[in-house]
Design a binder for this molecule. Sequence first.
Ligand code: HEC
Length: 230
Amino acid sequence: MRKLTGTAVALALVFATPIFAQEAMTIEVAESVELGQYLTNAEGRPLYRFTTDVQAVGDQPAGISCTTEECLDAWPLATTSGDPEAGEGAEASLLGTTEYNDVEVLTYGGWPLYYSASDEGADAPQGNEATAFGGEWALASPVVQVEADLAAGETMYAQACAQCHGRTARGMASFPSLAGHDAGYISTRLMQYRAGETVGPNSPLMKPVAATLSDQDIANLAAFISTEFQ
Ligand code: HEC
């Protein structure tokens, strides 16, 4: 009798788990000939972003503009409990969350993510390029243009770069000057070092520094260096 009860309790727990401990979301990438690559949840349900939302930049949180009941019924927010994870093809450093009405909403590249109610039971995404609720809806792409945060770039430059390249980025001895380059040049170089590529004779000094930078860090640094040090 005791044993049976034990089994019953264990079974009840197994079935109850998904309700009480919703798992952290894993973001995957799907691809179709027509639509290219787009983000989905672990079950393959397409994820969208809304053009009138505000992209999170630095410490400034994302802004959700689909707030009415009608809008959220048609475009349910993609929520998660716990830190989201990146599946193959998704960029872990672009994943995040923003709080909305006490739930954690997924963000990618700072953009809040939604599902489309029209995708329920559908084989292919139905909501791409829809115009509704005052804006446009687009499948979320795994590649996101990150907006630069100059202030964050300045802080990081002082903490992680100035000791070698100098406070005014004029360089010294084997540390090259960073002045006079545009943002594209700086970010391309940083991505090369991050990828472990050898650029010049002293790349081994630069690679470990770049290895820890996220796409957002690189955008911030490139914007700051190219505007501050002419
Ligand atoms: C330990 C010293 C050191 C630190 C810290 C350092 N760098 Fe460098 N950096 C170097 C050296 C040395 C090179 C030249 C590497 C080579 O020969 O390829 C370099 C090269 C570069 C280049 C390429 C310059 C060019 O002319 O192509 C950029 C851009 C750069 N660093 C940016 C940064 C940024 C941004 C930071 C801070 C996140 C940083 N570095 C931190 C030593 C450093």
